[in-house]
Design a binder for this molecule. Structure first.
Ligand code: ADP
Ligand code: XUL
Length: 546
């Protein structure tokens, strides 16, 4: 039976999913995660991120990612649940926006990996930047302003690349590096995204960037799916020569490098271009046709859908990425996702089961108490000075704070995704926190839609495996429609469906206005929200029960 492997190099872990596909059967045959902090403690990461003195800087280790990949490939090779020889193609998903800087020696090392020595040993010292900036970085406001000015303003940049300038996007990150360390920039031979770096390791050659991940850089012409010369020029000199090519998401980069075959016993499977974790999740949650959305509750919380035409968010909050299925992918991303929920859980010394009980026991609407959960700098909306803001919320009340953090996250996702103009009756949920039904109930109530878990929570790795399948078929001359590619893998589990509670839906319809008023006030863009809170408490807020 044909086997396809998907790898997800995300913020906190590396996950592998292998699928088996035949005319008669389709199933997930292997699923395994390796968490960076626990498995590779020598790198000193916390939640996959290296410690920093500067609060707005966030980095991780490209060497650690390589070692994780080597370990995971060894685990897969030793596992008896799949026949290695049946692996036809491998693709992957990387945390978006993060970048890897290789010197000439690094680029050469990639092309001549020695199967007798571990990957990590061969790459050590080969990075111009031993620490890679990642998506959690918010330190490039000055560079965002410079790029925006050079490109004619935020709207012009968003029209061209799908997003206004964002601190974590790769272009502003590259510009900051070039400005601070020009000599190091000059000695950089290749700048990869996390996704194209990992694909290059597998193929033992320079892999392209796909439009799904390329659109998270402020460097790609979204409609044309090629580097935008004016954006490159506004970012750093001679940037084109340092970037890999942009190629379709289904590009076969080459066979798996000799390293993996000789060292771990893999076949010469096709390495398919990797994409970003959200674009891969789009496929792994089955959002391959319009009118559906998915919400991923991973380290970040993201909400995304699919549209046929290139567009942009006129409010400047959201992004439009290239979809790895060929269309376009509107998305919003909140940085204070799982780690904010964990902060509240830990503050009140709860485990997830207690967190869920407390959450389910508190009333919908939380008595009008609001938290703005900016434990860390926030992306949606832009908040560069972290700090939790509370309105009518006792900071010592466990139930109220648990309820407040989850309500805030869902209300914010609902309010800030309005520009997408999608009304849905069903949301596909994924990511680590999607295994928590109490959180999914708040999601269902705020959006007024059924919520079901798809892709077993590991939709990015599953989506990568499905993309490998699609690309393999295509390379054999069979163009499969996407609904046929994902069939049998992304149908919602009926038992997992959470239905909205009508009384709660009514509460949240009103509470969205309260949240928006508190958010505007906290950002210095609106008046004291007290009258809005009082009106809410006189109306919808007072009728809410748990
Ligand atoms: P990423 O892919 O971004 O590294 P994951 O999708 O693997 O992240 O999600 C990891 C997060 O899932 C953890 O940080 C944790 O907070 C969250 N998580 C795991 N189990 C639960 C649970 N039962 N309830 C809520 N959150 C959970
Ligand atoms: C999306 C984003 C995050 C990362 C990490 O724009 O920044 O979702 O992809 O998962």
């Amino acid at each position: 039976m044909a086997v396809y492997l998907g790898l997800d190099l995300s913020t906190q872990s590396l996950t592998a999913v292998a699928i088996e596909v035949s005319d008669r059967e389709r199933r997930v045959a292997f699923e395994e995660s390796l968490d960076f902090d626990g498995t590779l403690p020598q790198y000193g990461t916390r939640h996959g991120v290296l410690p920093q003195k500067e609060p707005l800087v966030a980095t991780s280790s490209p060497l650690m990612w390589a070692e994780a990949l080597d370990r995971m490939m060894q685990t897969i090779a030793r596992d008896s649940s799949i026949a290695l020889a049946d692996i036809q193609a491998i693709s992957g998903s990387g945390q978006q926006h993060g970048s890897v800087y290789l010197g000439a020696a690094g680029a050469a090392a990639l092309a001549s990996l020695d199967a007798a020595r571990p990957l990590e040993e061969q790459l050590r010292g080969k990075f111009v930047r031993p620490e890679s900036p990642i998506w959690m970085d918010s330190s490039t406001s000055a560079e965002c302003a410079e790029i925006t000015a050079a490109l004619g303003g935020p709207e012009a940049l968003a029209r061209l690349t799908g997003s206004r300038a964002f601190e974590r996007f790769t272009g502003p990150q590259i510009r900051k590096f070039y400005k601070e360390l020009p000599a190091a920039y000059r000695s950089t031979a290749r700048i990869h995204l996390v996704s194209s770096y990992a694909a290059s390791l597998l193929a033992g050659r320079d892999a392209p960037i796909d439009p799904g991940d390329g659109s998270g850089m402020n460097l790609m012409d979204l409609a044309e799916r090629r580097w935008a010369g004016e954006a490159l020029a506004a970012t750093a000199p001679d940037l084109a020569s340092r970037l890999p090519a942009i190629a379709p998401s289904w590009t076969v980069v080459g066979p798996l490098a000799t390293y993996w075959r000789a060292r771990h016993g893999f076949p010469a499977a096709k390495v398919v271009a990797w994409s970003g974790d959200n674009p891969c999740s789009l496929v792994g949650t089955g959002i391959v046709s319009e009118g559906r959305i998915a919400i991923s509750l991973g380290t970040s919380d993201t909400l995304f859908g699919i549209v046929p035409q290139a567009c942009f968010d006129p409010s400047g909050t959201g992004h439009v990425f290239g979809s790895p299925t060929g269309g376009y992918m509107p998305l919003i991303c909140c940085k204070n996702g799982s780690l904010a929920r964990e902060a509240v859980r830990d503050q009140f010394h709860l485990d997830w089961s207690e967190f869920s009980d407390v959450l389910g026991g508190a009333p919908a609407g939380n008595g009008g108490a609001i938290m703005l959960p900016w434990f860390d700098a926030e992306i949606t909306p832009t908040v560069l000075e972290p700090g939790v803001r509370r309105y009518g919320l006792d900071p010592h009340d466990a139930a109220a704070n648990v309820r407040a953090v989850v309500e805030a996250q869902m209300l914010s996702l609902a309010n800030h995704s309005e520009w997408m103009g999608v009304t849905v009756s069903r949301i596909h949920a994924t990511g680590g926190a999607s295994q928590n039904p109490a959180i999914l109930q708040v999601m269902a109530d705020v959006f007024g839609a059924d919520v079901c878990v798809v892709g077993g929570g590991n939709s990015a790795a599953l989506g990568a495996a499905l993309r490998a399948y699609h690309a393999d078929e295509r390379s054999r001359g069979r163009e499969m429609p996407w609904p046929d590619v994902v069939a049998g893998f992304t149908e919602p589990w009926p038992a997992s469906t959470v239905h909205p509670i009508p009384a709660h839906v009514a509460v949240y319809r009103e509470m969205r206005k309260v949240y928006a008023a508190c958010e505007a006030h906290a950002l210095g863009k609106g008046p004291d929200p007290q009258p809005v809170v009082v009106a809410f408490m006189r109306g919808a807020g007072k009728v809410a029960g748990p």
